[in-house]
Design a protein around this ligand. Structure first.
Ligand code: ZN
Length: 384
């Protein structure tokens, strides 16, 4: 057995922990680029705290999921503001944007020089500018991953900047920041965390460290995602989901993902559909096809045993089998009002190109069994 584990240099978790940010930022610089989601007012509390600590600030709001063009603009804003530290507060989009900007500040301003797939894919040689990640959703785990997903509308795909240098210097996970998350976002981001835990758990690159994170994370989602969806102010449920998302990030960054994320990359590249909602719509169907493929071609597979263990953890029934997972996931997605992929304009005519792109995507390499083109078609057809 060989494996490697790497994560953010420091992780601080807990209600109120966002108050740690200013003193940490002060150690690393005096001028911060604050990367936020589309509405920077939501970061008002943090901004006041940073100003009180004597930092000068340049704000950089990112609307929607970050594009190559938005990152170019962010690097320019950081240079013009002579920023020496980057702080991202928001969902996965804001954190990925901050991560990419911090890397390009010290390497070279052009994202396409370093982007996988659509760019030149050069390695990122220099450590990023000091980067602090503060999630305000409980889903992506991007605060502890080493890649930033960028969209390039002209290429119709999403691609990553990726380097161990991109792991944040500090990740601050404060469940209080998720209290105001609307129910629909609670559902889609929470199901992204569940997908990440489940895909890392059965990934061909799972290892004993990531297994531990998945075993801790899965029961938190089972007991708290519905609660957080129905009552956003439920402190315990919000805290469970923030922790589950963090654990999913620790797992996915050090294991790998699978068919759901394999499809999520081209779907997100071709359509205006949020990552978490896409993963949620695909999750029951990709799981069903994976389990059927394992049952027919590898009935003795360790991964069937793992799917059964996940079913026992999630359903809370010691007799549950791998197949029981599918109705449980289907019910969860229905209760959380997850729309099908058709809601984003995806139809039968897109199946072939999505299958072709998903088959080549990075995430597909972690799937517990190599799926045939017909099986990939089945996943997307069922998710419409
Ligand atoms: Zn994801």
């Amino acid at each position: 057995m060989t494996f490697e584990f790497a994560t953010a240099s420091r992780i601080v978790f807990g209600a109120g922990s966002v108050r740690e940010v200013a003193s940490a930022a002060r150690q690393w610089g005096s001028r911060a680029l604050v990367v936020t989601g589309g509405n920077p007012n939501r970061a008002g509390g943090l901004i006041r705290q940073l100003e009180l600590a004597g930092l000068s600030l340049a704000a950089f709001p990112v609307r929607g999921e970050p594009t190559v063009a938005a990152i170019r603009e962010g690097v320019r804003a950081a240079r013009e503001g002579r920023c020496d530290v980057v702080i991202a507060i928001g969902g996965g989009s804001a954190i990925d944007a901050g991560k990419a900007i911090a890397a390009l500040m010290t390497n070279g301003p052009e994202p396409l020089d370093y982007l996988e797939i659509i760019g030149r894919g050069q390695p990122i040689a220099n450590p990023s500018a000091p980067f602090i990640a503060i999630p305000t959703t409980a889903g992506t785990g991007s605060e502890v991953t080493r890649n930033a997903v960028l969209a390039s509308p002209e290429h119709g795909v999403k691609a990553s900047l990726r380097s161990p240098h991109m792991l944040p210097r500090l990740a601050v996970v404060d469940p209080e920041l998720t209290f105001n998350l609307p129910a629909a976002l609670t559902a889609s981001t929470g199901l992204d965390a569940l997908t990440q835990l489940l895909e890392a758990w059965v990934s061909v690159r799972a290892n004993p460290i990531t297994d531990g994170f998945c075993r801790e994370g899965l029961p938190l989602v089972a007991r708290s995602l519905r609660r957080a969806f129905h009552n956003g102010g439920d402190i315990e449920a919000r805290s469970d989901m923030s922790l589950a998302a963090l654990l999913s990030g620790l797992a996915l960054a050090n294991a790998a993902l699978g068919a759901v994320h394999g499809f999520a990359a081209p779907v997100g590249g071709m359509f205006d559909a949020p990552h978490g909602a896409v993963c949620a719509a695909l999750l029951p169907h990709a799981t069903a096809v994976n389990i059927a493929a394992l049952n027919s071609r590898e009935p003795e597979s360790e991964n069937l045993r793992r799917y059964a263990e996940a079913a026992r953890i999630l359903i809370g029934n010691a007799c549950a089998s791998a197949d029981d997972l599918i109705p449980w996931l289907t019910d969860l997605c229905r209760d959380l009002e997850i729309p099908s992929l058709r809601a984003y304009g995806i139809g039968e005519k897109h199946e072939a190109s999505l299958v072709e792109k998903a088959a080549r995507s990075n995430s597909m390499k972690g799937n517990p069994i190599a799926l045939t083109a017909a099986e990939l078609h089945e996943i997307i057809a069922r998710a419409l």
